[in-house]
Design a protein around this ligand. Sequence first.
Ligand code: AMP
Length: 423
Amino acid sequence: MGYSAPRGTVDILPGQSEKWIKLEQLLRTIAANYNVKEMRTPIFEHAELFNRAVGDTSDVVSKEMYTFQDKKGRYISLRPEGTAGIARAYVENKMYGLPEKLQKVYYMGPMFRYERPQNGRQRQFHQFGVEMLGVESPYVDVECMLMAVTVVEALGLQNVTLHINSLGDDESRDAYREALKNHFRGHLDELCGDCKARFEKNPLRILDCKVDAKHPAMKTAPKTIDYLSESAKEHFNKVCSLLDDLEIDYVIDTNLVRGLDYYSHTVFEIISDDPKLGAGATVGGGGRYNGLIEEIGGPATPGVGFAFGMERLLLALDDEEDGLDCYIMPLGEEAKDLAMQIIAMLRANGFTCEMDHVSRGLKGQFKSADRFNAHFSIILGEEEVKNEVVNIKCNHDKEQEVVPLENILAHIENHLNGGHEHE
Ligand code: AMP
């Protein structure tokens, strides 16, 4: 009996990892386009940070965190999400004091949640997230949403809708919380144990409950949007009109409250009906969290951000693999020595190359060239070695030519640049 990977984790093997790199590069390019810089924070943090920042009434913290005591008895958690670590680092590194008030950062990497593994749910998964800290403005909310939409569009996802809602400011949330309590008070006996606790601590979470999702009282619950203060209403209206001006399609989804405790004002989700993901899949979401930085001991600082599940984004990418430039095919020991020279020269010139290391015949080597989807096969038999030439076959147009050793590079470059005047 060998070992198996822990439940809910997966190995990313060669063949798959190329797709990950492609996705990561695309995300980094979009981030640069929006002037968003990368920030890397630890994979583990003090458990208390997540209890505080994400909130101990959220499922993510109360049920799904990987928490353990280290050798000194400290409670440590593997990060279940990225925002808390970024917020902690922002405060600890006094980024609020930087001359540029708006700090825009992104992160990508593994997150850990002890969930029941199922289609699209893993215990170690990856997120790409963006946080824009320091400025309270509907323009920044919209910049954030626009960036999230740019990502899904760049991936070519079809039928994407931006769902938005507003939870309002403290004043609106207080009024709404009261309204929710009045609404659910008469149904408390019919709700699950968790919801009973949520009723006291954070009644908003009741709306997110998976157990009670079908209870009729959920449908008739009051809507956040009806309890917005004047200034919260103004903020939300501005967000909507900016989206209108930019011709971004969106729907106002009054049931959207999001699973984490720190949101205020704008919340949003990106939902896609692309067949690659399955109907109504949430690709990612986010929102504004004006109370978070203060909550963890920093100065009052507004923020807005979003996170995408990278496994889901990956489903959108096609499987097309990039091929090699050259596959070198030596026949015989002497040819192998020469092949090492040629491959080193080609790689030094930036070409992606592989050669046969298992001394197969021509047929076996052509199979590898095929599997690697090589643009050129460079064949060196005994004759070629003796005459100081190689046989270069372009696997695209099937043209084959004998080329002197010193002309290999020129021949390949010329061919790739579309020139077909063969030397
Ligand atoms: P959340 O931080 O819960 O808002 O999640 C943001 C996104 O991360 C979700 O929309 C999913 O795409 C992804 N995600 C969350 N949990 C998991 C998980 N256990 N496995 C895979 N993806 C996940």
